[in-house]
Ligand binder design. Structure first.
Ligand SMILES: [Zn+2]
Length: 212
């Protein structure tokens, strides 16, 4: 089972690059395994070179139990989120440019395009903490809470979650898309956020849709 999880990590890492959500070795992806360990992308290895057998597996305490390469430096953030969200099975962290633009401004991405509801009624911002720190993990987990499937990391990037790793990638793609649309809209006008009730209704629909 873990072998399939490692293969998924290798595959989705390459997808992250292909979708233009990251460059070189930036960002990281992980999946929760059936025995409550985490298969996560290795540190400092370009995505095209990550083979299934290289993918590190760590415990929820961050101890490496298999894989030849060291795990991503953002492992504490991944495990903090898994601990807080039992239903989350996959996490994508990227530095995608439009979403990161809002992250450096400390501005949440407002709900101006309906697709945002795949991730939340808005995309909130977690306060700054150094990359790779336990504090960053805590802040990200707190900001996601139980209501959001994505948040921004101040001065840094984005984290997206899903029931599976491919689902988390979909969320990361949609966050970058709505960030771009919102950015463009702000450049030529004053986009109004949608009504909270409409966003909540859409969120329920996407939740339902995601489960089937
Ligand atoms: Zn990062």
């Amino acid at each position: 089972m873990t072998e399939a999880d490692r293969k998924t990590v290798s595959r989705i890492g390459k997808q992250l690059l292909k979708e233009g959500l990251t460059r070189a070795t930036g960002g990281n992806v992980s999946t929760r395994t059936a025995d409550e360990t985490v298969a996560i992308s290795p540190s400092g290895i370009p995505y095209p070179e990550i083979e299934r057998q290289d993918v590190p597996v760590v415990t929820m305490e961050g101890e490496q139990v298999s894989g030849s390469d060291p795990p991503s430096s953002e492992t504490p953030m991944h495990t903090a989120i898994y601990e807080n969200r039992p239903e989350v099975g996959g996490i994508v962290h990227s530095h995608s440019p439009y979403a990161s633009t809002f992250a450096v401004l400390d501005e949440p991405i407002e709900g101006t395009h309906y697709l945002i509801a795949q991730a939340g009624t808005e995309i909130p911002v977690a306060g700054y903490a150094p990359p790779g720190s336990e504090d960053l993990g805590r802040l990200a987990a707190e900001t996601l809470g139980t209501d959001y499937d994505a948040c921004l990391l101040r001065n840094h990037g984005v984290v997206a979650v899903g029931e599976t790793l491919p689902a988390a990638l979909e969320v990361a793609i949609v966050v970058e898309y709505v960030a771009r649309i919102h950015y463009q809209a702000l450049n030529i006008g004053n986009p109004e956020p949608m009504a909270e009730s409409d966003l909540t209704e859409l969120r329920d629909i996407f939740d339902e849709y995601g489960r089937h």
